[in-house]
Design a protein around this ligand. Sequence first.
Ligand code: PEP
Length: 252
Amino acid sequence: MRKKVVIANWKMNYDFHDTTFFIRNFLKIVFERKINHNKEIILAPSFPFLHISNQILQGTTLNIAAQNIHHKDKGSYTGEVSASMLKSIGIQKVILGHSERREFFFEKKNILLEKMKIALKYNFNIIFCVGESLYERSNNQQFKTVECQLKETVFQCPSNNIKYFYIAYEPIWAIGTGKTATFEQAQTMHEFIRSLFLEKYGESVSNKISILYGGSINDLNAKDLFSQKDIDGGLVGNSSLQIEKFLKIVQS
Ligand code: PEP
């Protein structure tokens, strides 16, 4: 059985109050309504709130992920946060390759490779994002793009490292646009991604890797998406900012 995973990516939206309010109330509702969510729930707050978030979640089954790490171990990189710093406050997961980092912070293959290496050095779980642009989809290049993104990054790792990864397929045209991929489009891509893992690493790896969909998931479309055979959960942006909406997605 593959892990079912739902991740809330809060991006640069929540301050201290919002972050702690969400987490405390989310836990309270799950407890009061006896919600038995047999899946992995991961919350990704902003850097300053990782420590407090992790402390609140001690003793629960929920986990925290960072939204980024710097690609160097330490040194004169003013304003940056390293993997070892995050490790020192108990953070064990990180999102890498998000299209917003690729686009606004010019994170290309080489930087992503370095980030992956550092993350693996500190035994982080990596939520690695891939996905095509609207132009690429319109020109039927989505499979080529995603294959290339995987080959130049994740597939550089030996097979014993793959257990640290979750893959998030996030078509760029669906992120924050309200335009979700149809479940057929998503399933087709997820099946393709799994077939690439099969080809590269064999059956036991490809059967185990969790492949999440991201891109305008909401409480209404989550069920259809998550019922597809190769979709193992979701990476959720906007809809993770409201407790009730996010809960419905978790329960889907
Ligand atoms: C994301 O940024 O990872 C994302 C999927 O955002 P949204 O759900 O808002 O499209």
